[in-house]
Design a protein around this ligand. Structure first.
Ligand SMILES: CC(C)(COP(=O)(O)OP(=O)(O)OC[C@H]1O[C@@H](n2cnc3c(N)ncnc32)[C@H](O)[C@@H]1OP(=O)(O)O)[C@@H](O)C(=O)NCCC(=O)NCCS
Length: 167
């Protein structure tokens, strides 16, 4: 399995995150809007740091490869009473097993005392890499919303996944 390290998101990570949030291909299957300037990226990082300063949310964690290269971000959001896992990797790091390994790494590090009993996730049906990495990590597809993902005037089917965590 790919060796990865996780570290907390810092404002200084905005430079690396430009390669994610200023790249249309990377954000097109996500709820992230495409940003256009480094200043917008820095502002998003600051907002995330505020949003995730709560015990219900986890991360965001910066994922790095063993050689210290920036790989992406992963975290657990909390909304509408549910813990939702999300992940986004820099395009040059796709298809190396890092997405699957990062999710596995995150799952292994959720403490039993966290109070998180179930994780949910969504994946656009045509985003094979996203739903395949969920399935590889023990998530089950529980529903499929026809046209449930709408972005830039185009709608796609949206899968919902769940994983019950051992207590
Ligand atoms: C989704 C994402 C995290 C996948 O990360 P990754 O490191 O490329 O994925 P992995 O290499 O771990 O591969 C995961 C699985 O998808 C498959 N896969 C990877 N890229 C694929 C592609 N382009 N087409 C089809 N299958 C693909 C792999 O073969 C693997 O399948 P397996 O477990 O059955 O062998 C990455 O593409 C990404 O960050 N995309 C942009 C953001 C995004 O879409 N986030 C998810 C929003 S819900």
């Amino acid at each position: 399995m790919s060796q990865l390290t996780f570290s907390p998101l810092l404002e200084s990570c905005a430079v690396d995150l430009q390669r994610i949030w200023l790249d249309h291909e990377t954000v097109k299957f996500t709820n992230w809007t495409l940003l256009s300037t480094p200043e917008e990226v820095a502002e998003r990082v600051r907002r995330m740091l505020v949003r995730y300063a709560t015990k219900e949310r986890r991360g965001p964690y910066v994922i790095q490869s063993v050689d210290g290269a920036f790989v992406g971000l992963i975290g657990i959001d909390y909304a509408h009473g549910e813990h939702e896992v999300w992940y986004i990797l820099e395009r040059s790091q796709w298809r190396k097993g890092f997405g699957s390994a990062a999710l596995s790494h995150l799952l292994d590090r959720i403490p039993a005392a966290s109070g998180i009993t179930k994780l949910v996730a969504t994946a656009v049906a045509s985003n094979d890499a996203s739903w395949r990495l969920l399935e590889r990590n023990g998530f089950s597809r529980v529903s499929s919303a026809i046209g449930g993902f709408v972005k830039e005037g185009v709608s796609e089917d949206l899968y919902r996944y769940e994983k019950v965590l051992a207590k």
